[in-house]
Design a protein around this ligand. Sequence first.
Ligand code: HEC
Length: 165
Amino acid sequence: MKRTLLALSLGLLAVAGARADAPAPSVERGRYLIAVAGCNDCHTPRFAQLGAAIPESERFTGMAVGFSGPWGVSYPGNLRLRAAAVGEDEWLARVRAGGRPPMPWNALQAMTEADQRSVFRYLRALGPAGAPTPAALPPGAPIPTPHFVFVPQAPTAVGLAPGRP
Ligand code: HEC
């Protein structure tokens, strides 16, 4: 029992310590977090093909290519327009509310509040650009845009690699 209590208090101390050391919200921290969390991959057009060659000034304008699955169709939103349109507290509420796949909502929600604020401040600093992305669609609705289909496929036959005996 004593040991458990000791372990528990040490654990709590560690958590408190980590909080105290957490970096204060900043644009620079947001730039770093967004890079390591892979947010460009879906929210920056052609990032998957061109990567860092896309100038920062052209990033995060969202994609009008949808992700279709059992949830309907979701579109990676224009984060620059969103960050320009809402205040920081509204942004935090949006992050907490979550939404459809394949947006990694859990990753964003797992960040400390200071880090979520940093992500917002970075996107706000980029300034508004681009056009709004289409609204999400419910399952079964006609899909008027290009889209990826997220449906598991049956395995295909596995043959021997060409040239192997
Ligand atoms: C695998 C693709 C993908 C990645 C990677 C991704 N997103 Fe998203 N994101 C989406 C999709 C799709 C939506 C729309 C979700 C919905 O309809 O609920 C979205 C929505 C959002 C929204 C809500 C936008 C709005 O206007 O309501 C925010 C904020 C957001 N993403 C931030 C991020 C951040 C920050 C990262 C990096 C940690 C990230 N996303 C990484 C696909 C992605």
